[in-house]
Design a protein. Structure first.
Length: 136
Protein backbone atom coordinates (compact mmCIF):
# COMPACT_ATOMS: atom_id res chain seq x y z
CA UNK A 1 0.00 0.00 0.00
CA UNK A 2 1.38 3.38 -1.00
CA UNK A 3 1.04 6.74 0.67
CA UNK A 4 -2.05 7.48 -1.40
CA UNK A 5 -3.76 4.11 -0.98
CA UNK A 6 -7.10 5.80 -0.28
CA UNK A 7 -7.27 7.25 -3.78
CA UNK A 8 -9.48 5.59 -6.39
CA UNK A 9 -7.58 3.47 -8.88
CA UNK A 10 -9.56 4.53 -11.98
CA UNK A 11 -7.49 5.69 -14.89
CA UNK A 12 -7.84 9.20 -16.22
CA UNK A 13 -8.49 9.44 -19.94
CA UNK A 14 -5.70 10.64 -22.20
CA UNK A 15 -7.97 13.48 -23.38
CA UNK A 16 -8.52 14.69 -19.80
CA UNK A 17 -4.81 14.48 -19.01
CA UNK A 18 -3.94 16.39 -22.18
CA UNK A 19 -6.51 19.09 -21.39
CA UNK A 20 -5.16 19.41 -17.82
CA UNK A 21 -1.63 19.94 -19.15
CA UNK A 22 -2.93 22.59 -21.53
CA UNK A 23 -4.80 24.37 -18.73
CA UNK A 24 -1.66 24.39 -16.57
CA UNK A 25 0.24 26.27 -19.25
CA UNK A 26 -2.60 28.74 -19.80
CA UNK A 27 -3.62 29.60 -16.25
CA UNK A 28 -5.69 32.74 -15.74
CA UNK A 29 -4.25 35.66 -13.78
CA UNK A 30 -6.41 34.82 -10.76
CA UNK A 31 -5.25 31.18 -10.87
CA UNK A 32 -1.63 32.39 -11.02
CA UNK A 33 -2.17 34.62 -7.97
CA UNK A 34 -3.62 31.79 -5.89
CA UNK A 35 -1.06 29.27 -7.18
CA UNK A 36 1.79 31.52 -5.94
CA UNK A 37 0.32 31.11 -2.44
CA UNK A 38 -0.41 27.36 -2.66
CA UNK A 39 2.66 25.96 -4.43
CA UNK A 40 5.58 24.41 -2.61
CA UNK A 41 3.64 23.49 0.55
CA UNK A 42 3.46 27.16 1.53
CA UNK A 43 -0.04 26.91 3.00
CA UNK A 44 0.16 25.06 6.32
CA UNK A 45 2.56 22.52 4.79
CA UNK A 46 -0.05 21.04 2.44
CA UNK A 47 0.87 20.11 -1.11
CA UNK A 48 -1.47 21.29 -3.86
CA UNK A 49 -1.63 20.33 -7.50
CA UNK A 50 -2.95 22.67 -10.14
CA UNK A 51 -5.35 21.66 -12.92
CA UNK A 52 -5.56 18.17 -11.43
CA UNK A 53 -7.73 15.53 -13.19
CA UNK A 54 -10.28 13.77 -10.98
CA UNK A 55 -12.36 11.36 -13.01
CA UNK A 56 -13.71 13.21 -16.03
CA UNK A 57 -13.25 16.62 -14.40
CA UNK A 58 -10.24 18.86 -13.87
CA UNK A 59 -9.98 20.63 -10.53
CA UNK A 60 -8.43 24.08 -10.49
CA UNK A 61 -6.43 23.08 -7.41
CA UNK A 62 -6.39 19.86 -5.39
CA UNK A 63 -4.80 18.84 -2.12
CA UNK A 64 -4.75 15.07 -2.46
CA UNK A 65 -3.74 14.28 1.13
CA UNK A 66 -6.79 16.20 2.39
CA UNK A 67 -9.02 15.35 -0.60
CA UNK A 68 -9.80 19.04 -0.94
CA UNK A 69 -10.61 20.74 -4.23
CA UNK A 70 -10.45 24.51 -4.65
CA UNK A 71 -12.40 25.98 -7.53
CA UNK A 72 -12.21 29.55 -8.78
CA UNK A 73 -15.32 30.90 -10.41
CA UNK A 74 -15.43 33.88 -12.74
CA UNK A 75 -18.39 35.43 -14.51
CA UNK A 76 -18.62 32.51 -16.95
CA UNK A 77 -19.63 30.18 -14.11
CA UNK A 78 -22.98 31.98 -13.78
CA UNK A 79 -23.84 30.46 -17.16
CA UNK A 80 -22.70 26.98 -16.08
CA UNK A 81 -24.51 26.54 -12.77
CA UNK A 82 -25.93 23.11 -13.68
CA UNK A 83 -22.54 21.87 -14.89
CA UNK A 84 -20.89 23.10 -11.68
CA UNK A 85 -23.57 21.41 -9.57
CA UNK A 86 -23.00 18.06 -11.36
CA UNK A 87 -19.24 18.45 -11.03
CA UNK A 88 -19.49 19.23 -7.31
CA UNK A 89 -21.87 16.29 -6.78
CA UNK A 90 -19.40 13.99 -8.57
CA UNK A 91 -16.49 15.19 -6.43
CA UNK A 92 -18.49 14.87 -3.20
CA UNK A 93 -19.61 11.37 -4.17
CA UNK A 94 -15.91 10.45 -4.47
CA UNK A 95 -15.17 11.85 -0.99
CA UNK A 96 -13.61 15.13 -2.11
CA UNK A 97 -14.49 18.36 -0.32
CA UNK A 98 -14.98 21.41 -2.52
CA UNK A 99 -14.32 25.05 -1.71
CA UNK A 100 -15.44 27.62 -4.28
CA UNK A 101 -14.27 31.19 -4.46
CA UNK A 102 -15.20 33.96 -6.88
CA UNK A 103 -12.29 35.43 -8.80
CA UNK A 104 -12.89 38.82 -7.20
CA UNK A 105 -12.47 37.19 -3.75
CA UNK A 106 -8.90 36.28 -4.74
CA UNK A 107 -8.26 39.77 -6.16
CA UNK A 108 -9.88 41.71 -3.29
CA UNK A 109 -9.40 39.44 -0.26
CA UNK A 110 -6.61 36.93 -0.86
CA UNK A 111 -5.81 36.68 2.87
CA UNK A 112 -9.46 35.83 3.57
CA UNK A 113 -9.42 33.10 0.91
CA UNK A 114 -6.24 31.60 2.34
CA UNK A 115 -7.65 31.78 5.89
CA UNK A 116 -10.79 29.94 4.76
CA UNK A 117 -8.67 27.16 3.22
CA UNK A 118 -6.57 26.82 6.39
CA UNK A 119 -9.71 26.79 8.56
CA UNK A 120 -11.05 23.97 6.38
CA UNK A 121 -7.92 21.91 7.07
CA UNK A 122 -8.40 22.43 10.80
CA UNK A 123 -12.16 21.89 10.93
CA UNK A 124 -12.29 18.94 8.54
CA UNK A 125 -9.05 16.97 8.65
CA UNK A 126 -9.02 13.99 6.34
CA UNK A 127 -10.00 10.88 8.35
CA UNK A 128 -7.21 8.71 6.88
CA UNK A 129 -4.44 10.99 8.13
CA UNK A 130 -2.58 10.48 11.42
CA UNK A 131 -3.09 13.19 14.07
CA UNK A 132 -0.96 16.32 13.64
CA UNK A 133 2.22 16.46 15.72
CA UNK A 134 4.18 19.36 17.03
CA UNK A 135 2.45 22.43 18.41
CA UNK A 136 0.09 21.72 21.27
Amino acid sequence: MGAHSFMPTRRISIATTTKARSLRSGMTIVEQILWRELRGKQLSGHRFRRQHPIGRYIADFACIEQQLVIELDGGQHQDHVTYDEHRTAYLLSHEWRVLRFWNNDVFDNLEGVLSTIVENFILYPHPNLPPARGKE
